[in-house]
Design a protein around this ligand. Structure first.
Ligand code: NAD
Ligand code: IPM
Ligand code: MN
Length: 376
């Protein structure tokens, strides 16, 4: 029974296709639960560069600031685009949003569905029961490298020296940046199975030695939580060897990026993993947030009605939960998604013999239908 303003940023490639389905799901939630969602659309990525000369304009950023939450599709162009060394990269939209709006924590939940165990390349008995969340630090580390003060979206440059070309990216974390993300991980663990795994590369990197030291100190405030450290290379291995051993994984920006693409294979596809990016700003109903699938613009399948919209639809569920405080409605979406998977509908990324292959639009429609039919 609330009025909510949502900024919708579809972006490039499959972005508009998948976001359209998520918006339809939100619309039906609005109708069924008597909420008014006002969607304000903005340009990001290549479309924004072409129309406005930058990956996201100040006006669009202001639109985001004035809303309860942001739903983001994906940005990124074909590899040939980067070959031309564009002055502005579409990905800069992400950095401006994340750093500019101080979304320092990127939550990436990973769950397996019993019906999708066979769709993964990993053995079903290894996957069964996986339920973890990666808490990825999102506004520091290698992504915001060497420029001082850091400039969002300008993490590195290639420069000419007398010995040839060189490039530099530096990995800087302050104690305060580490502490707030570690604390968030412990708080999340309290509402889950009470285990935190902090992932670093403390055998090599000074930033990781500091990370570990701060993590130890924060852990002392949470005696009820089981706490462990893992080196990132070993974590990459354990993640597919014994995924059910994990509950909350907390790690720096690039490690979290890589580990979650890997973790998507536990769920069966990149098209299954949603994310929520949060900071300290609160709205009247929850936390201000940015919601997006973990995958990219998938130029290889764009415009073909092949993309799996579930990661984006589940991101919309996270939006309802964290930014609008609408738990019942979020759960309804998650139940509808489970139902459609149980009923055997699959997009191409999860295609399996004996299952019904559907396109992006039909998958979205099936989820909308499930919300209606199951009276969710
Ligand atoms: P990608 O995530 O776009 O695609 C990787 C592979 O997964 C591709 O084969 C793609 O077809 C498949 N895939 C991804 N999402 C899918 C979905 N919903 N349904 C079915 N299949 C799906 O990664 P990439 O190809 O390395 O990058 C493409 C572009 O996307 C790059 O420009 C990159 O910078 C950008 N990117 C953007 C974001 C974002 O906007 N948050 C995230 C990752 C990558
Ligand atoms: C992601 C993406 C982005 C990242 C890219 C497109 C900059 O891979 O959201 O995971 O590395 O953060
Ligand atoms: Mn990524």
């Amino acid at each position: 029974m609330g009025n909510y303003t949502l900024t919708v940023l579809p972006g490039d490639g499959i972005g508009p296709e998948i976001v359209k389905q998520a918006v339809q799901v939100l619309q039906i939630i609005g109708e069924r639960y008597h909420h008014t969602f006002t969607f304000q659309h903005g340009l990001v990525g290549v479309a924004a560069i072409e129309a406005e000369g930058e990956a996201i304009s100040e006006a669009t950023l202001a639109l985001c600031q004035q809303s309860h939450a942001i739903l983001f599709g994906a940005v990124g162009a074909l590899p040939t685009y980067y070959g031309q060394q564009p002055k502005v990269k579409p990905e800069q939209a992400l950095f401006k949003l994340r750093k500019g709006l101080q979304f320092f924590a990127n939550l990436r939940p990973v769950q397996t569905y019993a019906e999708l165990l066979n769709a993964s390349t990993i053995k079903p008995e290894v996957l069964d029961g996986t339920d973890l969340v990666v808490v990825r630090e999102l506004t520091g580390g290698l992504y915001y490298g060497h420029l001082e003060p850091p400039v969002p979206g300008k993490p590195s440059e290639i420069r000419q020296t007398e010995h040839g070309l060189e490039a530099i990216d530096t990995l800087l974390y302050t104690e305060a940046e580490i502490e707030r993300i570690i604390r968030m991980a412990f708080e999340i663990a309290r509402g889950r199975r009470k285990k935190v795994t902090s992932v670093d590369k403390a055998n090599v990197l000074s930033s990781s030695v500091l990370w570990r030291r701060v993590a130890e100190r924060v852990a002392a405030d949470y005696p009820d939580i089981t706490f462990e450290h893992l080196l990132v290379d070993a974590c990459a291995m354990h993640l597919i060897r014994r995924p059910t051993a994990f509950d909350v994984i907390v790690t720096e920006n690039l490690f979290g990026d890589i580990l979650t693409d890997e973790a998507s294979m536990l769920a069966g596809s990149m098209g299954m993993l949603p994310s929520a990016s949060l900071g300290t700003r609160r709205t009247e109903h929850g936390q201000f947030g940015l919601y997006e699938p973990i995958h990219g613009s998938a130029p290889d399948i764009a415009g073909q009605d092949k993309a799996n919209p579930i990661a984006t639809i589940l991101s919309a569920a996270l939006l309802l939960r964290y930014s609008l405080g609408l738990e019942k409605e979020a759960y309804a979406i998650e139940t509808a998604v489970s139902h459609v998977i149980k009923a055997g509908y699959r997009t191409e990324d999860l295609k399996e013999e004996g299952k019904t292959l559907v396109g992006t639009q039909e998958m979205g429609q099936r989820i909308v239908d499930a919300l209606v039919q199951l009276s969710l």
